[in-house]
Design a protein around this ligand. Structure first.
Ligand code: TYD
Length: 209
């Protein structure tokens, strides 16, 4: 979708679980705020009515069919686009969003939907200006989830399906996607993120001018 009068910038953080994308989102947010940019951070699934139902899926995925699962993610995104993303883009904000429609293509694609069909179903959602796709070898990601966070793997994170998810992420081609190998240190990865983000930030967006 194109938004007339779009002044802001939409940067989305994508990748399988355990790639460090959420940490990088927070670091970038601080970096941009220090430079005076009007930053908004947000994430999908959201905290809204559909997002809350999606969180039930983590506990018991069999409660919903594949179709219902996909429909919930799309409904959550419609609400997010309408209530937050479009208004913020019109107001000239720099939006950092943790997961967006590439996650639907990859995760629901891994459940059997055609990833390109899922991309088409998302035409209501504005394209990001930049999609940072964080990639690490599967074992590194799984180790980060279980030892680093002390989490059990949730239903979305089972090994085989994660492998499939990563393969779909790798196969999707869009001009706004930048792939980042996030095996390095947090600092090194942050530097790579900044290199991709800086060219997108016109001085006219800062609060100071
Ligand atoms: P995640 O970013 O890991 O959230 P949290 O930090 O709250 O655990 O995302 C939750 C899960 O939702 C993740 O495993 C991927 C899945 N997901 C989809 O399957 N489809 C989607 O469209 C989105 C946005 C997320």
């Amino acid at each position: 979708m194109t938004i007339p009068g779009r002044k802001g910038v939409l940067i989305v953080f994508e990748g399988t679980d355990g790639t460090g994308k959420s940490t990088q989102l927070q670091l970038l947010s601080r970096y941009l705020q220090d430079k005076g940019y009007p930053v908004i951070t947000t994430r999908e699934p959201t905290e809204g009515q559909y997002g809350q139902r999606i969180r039930e899926l983590y506990v018991n995925r069999s409660k919903y069919s594949q179709d219902q699962e996909l429909e919930l993610f799309l409904a959550d995104r419609r609400e997010h686009v309408h209530n937050l993303l479009v208004p913020a883009l019109e107001q000239g904000k720099v939006i950092l969003c943790d997961r967006y429609f590439l996650s639907t293509a990859a995760y629901q694609g891994a459940r059997g939907f055609d990833p390109e069909e899922i991309m088409t179903l998302n035409h209501f959602a504005p394209d990001p200006d930049l999609a940072l796709l964080f990639q690490v070898p599967l074992d590194t990601g799984l180790k980060r989830i279980t030892s680093g966070r002390g989490d059990e793997l949730n239903d979305f994170e089972q090994r085989e399906s994660l492998d499939h998810v990563a393969a779909i992420f790798s196969s999707i081609k869009r001009p706004y996607i930048r792939r980042i190998d996030s095996t390095g240190s947090i600092k090194e990865v942050h530097r790579m993120v900044i290199e991709h983000v800086n060219p997108l930030l016109p001085a006219s967006l800062t609060d100071q001018v």
